[in-house]
Ligand binder design. Structure first.
Ligand SMILES: [Zn+2]
Length: 141
C-alpha cells in the first residue's frame, strides 16, 4: 500500500471530480477514451470480494450514478469494467487497488473500430467442449 497511488490522494488530487464517503471519482490517466473516469474505493482492497457490505452497496451505487451521469451529459453509452489481473505487476498503468473504469461509448467509436479487426474471431460460436468446460467450472455449488 506504500506504493499505491490510489492510497495517496496527493498523487491524484488534481484529477478528482467528486468525493463520496466511500469513494473518489477521478479522470483516468492515461485515458483510454475521452471522458474515461475511475471510481476508486477509499479503502485499499485488491478485489471486490474484500468489500464490506456497506462498501459493496455504496461504491456500486456510485458507479451506477456516474454511468447515468455520463450518459445524460456526454455519451449515449457507457461501459463499466473492473479488472482483476494479479498476474501483472503493479506499474504506472496497472494499480492493484480495486477501481472501476467507466468508459463513455458511442456507435462506431474508436474502440468499436479497433475491435472490428478481431470481429470474426470474437463472434464465433462456442464449441460444445468450450460450453461444457465453462458450465462445469463456473457452476456455483
Ligand atoms: Zn491503495
Amino acid at each position: 500500500m506504500d506504493q499505491c497511488p490510489f492510497c495517496h490522494i496527493d498523487q491524484i488530487r488534481t484529477r478528482v471530480i467528486q468525493e463520496t464517503p466511500l469513494a473518489l471519482i477521478i479522470l483516468s490517466n492515461p485515458r483510454l477514451m475521452p471522458g474515461h473516469i475511475l471510481v476508486i474505493p477509499k479503502r485499499h482492497v485488491e478485489k471486490p470480494l474484500d468489500f464490506t457490505e456497506a462498501e459493496r452497496k455504496g461504491i456500486f451505487d456510485t458507479v451506477l450514478a456516474m454511468q447515468d451521469k455520463i450518459m445524460s451529459v456526454f455519451s449515449s453509452g457507457c461501459d463499466i469494467r473492473q479488472n482483476c489481473r494479479p498476474f501483472i505487476p503493479q506499474s504506472r498503468v496497472k494499480v492493484d487497488h480495486v477501481h472501476f473504469h467507466l468508459q463513455p461509448r458511442e456507435m462506431e467509436d474508436e474502440l468499436y473500430h479497433v475491435s472490428q479487426i478481431h470481429e470474426k474471431q470474437l463472434w464465433q460460436d462456442l464449441t460444445a467442449e468450450e460450453m461444457e468446460k465453462f458450465f462445469t467450472l463456473y457452476r456455483i455449488a
